[in-house]
Design a protein around this ligand. Structure first.
Ligand code: ADP
Length: 510
């Protein structure tokens, strides 16, 4: 069975928490209210640190600093190459502090330390480098109007940006948001998730060391309905970029519409399909399908949580998938043999009216619901141990379309496994969702891959791979998974405005 959760004491020395205050105008400061919240270690439910809690007044202060930095400061006026130089320096500082940053995300979110150190933190730094490279290549175009006019476009930074980010990928998402905005010449206020404020504050410290001018990047930890809501309804924020749940995305659009009509971009939930055809390499398919939903304990917006397998290989596939689950190691994320850590959690209570739904409880209740709905649990389904938020990798079969476990984003290590006959059936079932974030196809047939990839309504489609991401590949939602793209040159345009400049070629009155 699971080499369950041995909690083998890790030899890793826990980092001391150096930054726990708000980062506003280049300084670490207490919150105006003096309030704090606790950030929790999901391995043992212990308090890691008390963090200054930003409220409306603190968001106001951060926006004022951003506004001054935008209207009068050097950042938007600097040659792109200068912005690039500072961003590159920041990226180098991230690499130098890789172990400490990895440890912060590991204790704050229950993520695997070795994966953070080897992949996520370096990828975050590389996203910053990618956009640093773009900072001096942002330009408009010369137009060719039908009339005798000379016309061209300028791309101007949109202004003060508010970024609101989740807790599942604290480092990569921090940089998919701030990097293109910085390259564009914007200034910004970022609110990390209440579950994971630690690395964001460390990045703010490194930004200052790298030479990002005061006020350009402000990091204000706080609660969604308070600090997050204050960002969305602020009259002096020019754009909000959000990654999180579909429900909160809706709140954000409301708040933006009801205040200054700031544009928003939303990267929201998903219930992504992975479609495996009879001609697939079975070992590879099992590996991709399993990791596609169990990686990062299923806390991934693009998780391939609906797996459709063609009938010819279905039985063998199911057997091997359960074998795979049986070798999977759940436990302390600092242990290099462990493959799945605890679900993230927050303990935000009391001082406010806001009580966070614990991710762990939500997942367990979906598992119970799946059983009640009549799906068959073929492996997993239980908590691991009795301390910390560990859950077994869980797989359901006999899942009917439109069951809650087939339609709702669970955000945990829970797979819905289904069988299909024809390519048409697969496409129809895959698209039977209100979401459209990602999809995967496993086949050796080029025709099948081409047909399916063009028929799926999703922002990214992986063929014979899954989670193939990079700062240089745009992704984002169709349907209720949101709109706007993160990553790639595409994302720069969220932070830019187009201005057309027109003048007569001859001295005609118009
Ligand atoms: P998840 O379900 O992934 O936790 P959420 O959408 O709840 O995602 O949270 C993502 C981010 O949105 C967090 O930083 C959270 O604090 C913030 N948030 C939550 N509620 C609101 C709100 N009403 N307005 C603005 N931000 C919010």
């Amino acid at each position: 069975g699971l080499n369950s959760n041995s909690h083998s004491p890790s030899s890793f020395k826990m980092p001391t928490i150096k930054f726990s205050k708000l980062f506003i105008n280049g300084n670490f400061v207490d919150s105006v209210s003096g309030r704090e919240f606790e950030t929790i270690d999901p391995r043992n439910e212990q308090v890691i640190a008390r963090i200054a809690e930003g409220t409306k007044e603190d968001i106001d202060n951060a926006v004022k600093a951003s506004r001054v930095a935008f209207d009068d400061g050097p950042w938007p006026r600097m040659p792109g190459v200068e912005r690039a130089r500072i961003m590159m320096k920041w990226a180098d500082l991230i690499d130098e502090n890789r172990e400490e940053l990895a440890a912060l995300d590991a204790i704050d979110a229950g993520k695997l330390y070795h994966m953070l150190k080897a992949f996520e933190i370096p990828a975050a730094a590389n996203t910053l480098r990618y956009y640093a490279g773009a900072a001096d290549k942002i330009h408009g175009e010369v137009l060719k109007p039908a009339r005798e006019l000379h016309a061209y476009t300028l791309l101007e930074p949109i202004g003060v940006v508010g970024h609101i980010i989740p807790w599942n990928f604290p480092s990569p998402i921090f940089f998919t948001k701030v990097s293109p905005a910085l390259a564009a010449g914007c200034t910004m206020v970022l609110k990390p998730a209440e579950q994971t404020p630690l690395s964001a504050l460390f990045y703010a410290h490194l930004a200052k060391l790298a030479g990002i001018p005061d006020g350009v990047l402000n990091v204000v930890p706080g609660l969604g309905p308070i600090a997050g809501a204050a960002i969305c309804s602020h009259m002096d924020i020019d754009k909000v970029s959000f990654t999180g749940s579909t429900e909160v995305g809706r709140e954000i659009m409301h708040a933006a519409a009801n205040s200054n009509l700031k544009p928003v971009s939303l990267e929201l939930g998903g219930k992504s399909p992975l479609i495996i055809f009879d001609d697939a390499d079975l070992d590879k398919a099992v590996e991709l399908a399993f990791l596609g939903v169990m990686h990062n304990k299923g806390e991934i917006c693009v998780a391939g949580s609906r797996v459709f397998v063609q009938e010819g290989i279905y039985d063998e596939f199911e057997k091997r998938l359960v074998e795979k689950a049986n070798t999977w190691v759940v436990g302390d994320p600092f242990d290099s043999k462990v493959q799945q850590g605890p679900q993230a959690c927050s303990n935000v209570v009391a001082q406010t009216h806001y009580v966070d739904k614990k991710q762990f409880e939500k997942i367990m209740s979906y598992i119970e619901h799946g059983k009640r709905e009549g799906a068959t649990l073929i492996t997993g389904g239980k908590r691991v141990g009795n301390q910390g938020y560990y859950i077994e990798p869980t797989i359901f079969t006999n899942v009917k379309e439109n069951m809650a476990i087939e339609q709702d984003e669970i955000f945990g290590p829970v797979m819905a496994l289904m069988k299909f006959k024809t390519i048409e059936d697969a496409i129809k079932s895959a698209n039977n969702t209100r979401y459209g974030l990602a999809a995967g196809i496993i086949t050796k047939s080029l025709d099948t891959a081409n047909t399916v990839s063009r028929s799926i309504r999703a922002g990214i489609v992986w063929i014979n791979c899954y989670f193939a991401f990079g700062g240089d590949i745009p992704y984002g939602g169709y349907k209720m998974s949101g709109f706007g793209r993160d990553c790639g040159l595409e994302a720069l345009h969220k932070y830019l405005q187009v201005k057309s400049i027109v003048t007569p070629i001859y001295n005609s009155p118009w």
